[in-house]
Design a protein around this ligand. Sequence first.
Ligand SMILES: [Zn+2]
Ligand SMILES: [Zn+2]
Length: 247
Amino acid sequence: MSRQLGDGHRRFLQTMMGVYIIDELKAKALYQYCCETFKMQCAADRLDEFIETINLKLQPMFMQVRKGMSEENGHQYYALVNTAETDITRMTSDYADNELELFRKTMDLIVGSEKGTASSTDILNSTDTMTSKKLKKSETEHLLTRLVQDKWLCEKRGEYTLSTRCIIEMEPYIRSMYQDQVKMCHICHNVAFQCQICENPSCGIKIHNPCVARYFKGKMEPQCPACDDFWPHEIPEVRGLRSQSKK
Ligand SMILES: [Zn+2]
Ligand SMILES: [Zn+2]
């Protein structure tokens, strides 16, 4: 297998630089498009190999195309990440110091919460304890909109969560910064924020919502996979399967 970077690899990378993150289906389609356009060999199961070739060339520039799971739908995504910085200083070219401080506070809130969310009210209140130039309410709201647009946060009905891009890119930072608070999903072993928690106080394992959906699918009496206690939460549907059915 050639390790040379061809025009197809370059086109794939250029697209990633514009969007930062794409889901697996789109990545496969883009891979096929790049191969066909530049007359390269294409095999459906060779996407990861194709990306590995790109990553070898990106390494000296401290960048990488990294794969990870969406906590929202359980699908796999590919994100173009910066590997040089170990914390959110990587965002300094786009955000002012006080904006980064508030983003860090928002991460504190999300990581410290049970469900992996922070409300807009809590984020607004946290500006009271800022040490850099305090953001006004309108500035905070504007910043949150930008963080959603830039794909660092997601928002649903005033509740903010870490985006898939943010989790894929910042996982090493989050793991080292929040060692005591971060838990892994019992099923997929990735960091878990939006998830369900076993209510047995001596257990307390976390499982991502999509992992819950897959694990408990078709089980009548859901039991915790770690302590066998009854799993009292509502079991979400497996989203990917539902959207594929014709009904
Ligand atoms: Zn999981
Ligand atoms: Zn348990």
